[in-house]
Design a protein. Structure first.
Length: 86
């Protein structure tokens, strides 16, 4: 399971000790390469998908994620669940 935060502002779960352990990445509409694309623009969600894919491939190569994650990535058969909070 990979959990990411998508925000339009500077709120970052990694700056909040009580919730930071639950997140693997954060994408902000203020990030270089994302700005000026903000929710609900498709571009911020595409940036999150790229970050997810990069994270899964790097972790798989380092042995942190099971081999099935890489196979799913190669087969483009990844199950993504989006949850909106707030």
């Amino acid at each position: 399971v990979v959990i990411g935060a998508i925000t339009n502002g500077r709120g970052n779960p990694f700056d909040m000790p009580s919730i930071s352990p639950y997140f693997d990445f954060c994408i902000s509409g203020e990030d270089e390469g994302v700005f000026p694309k903000r929710k609900p623009d498709r571009g911020i969600y595409e940036a999150a998908l790229r970050r997810y894919r990069d994270l899964v491939l790097v972790e798989t190569k380092n042995g942190s994620v099971g081999d099935s994650a890489l196979r799913e990535e190669e087969d483009n058969d990844i199950v993504l669940n989006w949850v909106h909070v707030g």
